[in-house]
Design a protein around this ligand. Structure first.
Ligand SMILES: Nc1ncnc2c1ncn2[C@@H]1O[C@H](COP(=O)(O)OP(=O)(O)OP(=O)(O)O)[C@@H](O)[C@H]1O
Ligand SMILES: [Mg+2]
Length: 372
């Protein structure tokens, strides 16, 4: 078994934020947006050596930056930008890259080339002594203290359903839908534009995300497209430039697309049906058990009314002889990170880390046999 003196660094690189910190801590000590900013008008910002802004500096100067999101739908699309973000993590936490192993979370169906590229950066550029790539679904379940259950994780870029039995994900039943928080924000923007508001800059889009988080909610039941819309309590949001945006039915219409994607013309099942399909794809003798152990994680599930609607819809559409039980995990925006911290305290952890020596000996082929 590889013994590492220092606790591993855990990095959960999500489409909206990167959560990072040392295993053993109760929460990630660093959460930074997963965007990289470049000055819109370089002469208006202080002169500096790099032309990119990341982390807290990017947040501070956000209104003057053009933003790029290098992680799209949970998958890295721009390696140079992501490397910049990961370097920032080490410097913000005052860690040297070769001092401790690293646990990296990965989305389901992460392509092998992405695993290879991740390993190349951590082993060859950062010189880490060991690395573990772990499924976000399995990690999230560990955070709940269980080893059997179905994890529904709905974040910024993806909605992932991972049925797990005694610590192993059931590969044929894992599902992922590329419809999540980002799409709700974009739908809210469309609804606001229809009411005459213009939202176009990267900063405006980040503000729309805040409006969604603070003012939107999930309708308790499916919205009938043929009946007049129920009136939401009016609300408003004041933009930093003083503009006041009034909000009415947009408050619940934005999130409805997650439950009834056909409203957008998308040929996708709603989130509740997605979960049912996934459980129905497991062995028949496991299903009852899984329906009674549904765990909900990810930032989008924090929206008011989300749990109630999801549970109601699943109860309506699942087989009649099953008892549906659902847990809204504590600290569910950090569930994946926390699960990695739990995993690192188990006796099997040392054996699952790929050491640098093994990487040098076996090369990339390790990642082709790696489980989901
Ligand atoms: N209170 C809230 N209400 C609604 N949405 C919220 C709330 N808080 C956070 N969110 C949304 O949750 C999403 C971020 O969740 P999370 O951190 O789980 O995603 P991520 O890990 O960055 O992305 P992914 O896992 O999809 O790659 C964003 O879309 C954000 O707007
Ligand atoms: Mg995530």
């Amino acid at each position: 078994m590889e013994k590492h003196k220092k606790p591993p660094l855990i990095i959960d690189s999500g489409s909206s934020t990167i959560k990072a910190g040392l295993a053993g801590d109760k929460i990630p000590s660093l959460t930074i947006p997963s965007f990289v900013g470049r000055a819109k008008f370089p002469h208006t910002l202080k002169k500096r050596t790099s032309d990119t802004y990341v982390g807290f500096e990017a947040e501070r100067n956000i209104s003057q930056l053009k933003l790029r999101y290098p992680i799209s739908r949970g998958k890295v699309e721009n390696w140079a930008d992501v490397e910049e973000l990961w370097k920032y993590v080490y410097s913000a936490l005052s860690l040297t890259t070769n001092a401790q192993p690293v646990i990296i979370s990965e989305t389901s169906f992460n392509p092998c080339e992405n695993r290879e590229k991740t390993a190349e950066i951590f082993f060859e550029t950062f010189n880490v002594p060991g690395m573990l790539l772990a499924s976000q679904g399995i990690l999230s379940l560990y955070s709940t203290g269980s080893t059997t259950g179905v994890i529904l994780d709905c974040g910024e870029g993806t909605t992932q359903i991972t049925p797990i039995y005694e610590g192993f994900s059931i590969a044929q039943a894992i599902t992922r839908m590329d419809l999540a928080g980002k799409d709700l924000t974009e739908h809210l923007i469309r609804l606001l534009m229809r009411s005459g508001y213009s939202i176009s800059s990267s900063h405006d889009i980040e503000l729309a995300r805040t409006i969604k988080e603070q003012k939107c909610y999930v309708s308790p039941a499916k919205i009938d497209m043929n009946s007049p819309l129920e009136k939401a309590l009016p609300e408003s949001f004041t933009m930093p430039d003083g503009r006041i945006i009034p909000l009415a039915n947009e408050r619940y219409l934005a999130a409805e697309i997650l439950f009834t994607p056909d409203r957008l013309g998308l040929e996708l099942p709603g989130i509740s049906q997605l979960l049912i399909n996934s459980v129905q794809n497991t062995a028949i003798d496991l299903r009852k058990n899984l329906y009674s152990k549904i765990y909900v994680t990810g930032g989008t599930t924090l929206m008011t009314g989300f749990g109630q609607r999801l549970l109601g819809d699943i109860k309506k559409a699942s087989p009649k002889d099953v008892k549906v039980k659902m847990v809204l995990a504590n600290n569910r925006i950090n569930a994946c990170w926390l699960g990695a911290s739990v995993l690192s305290s188990t006796s099997e952890f040392g054996n699952s880390v790929i050491s640098r020596r093994r990487y040098e000996e076996e090369g990339n082929r390790i990642f082709y046999t790696w489980p989901f």
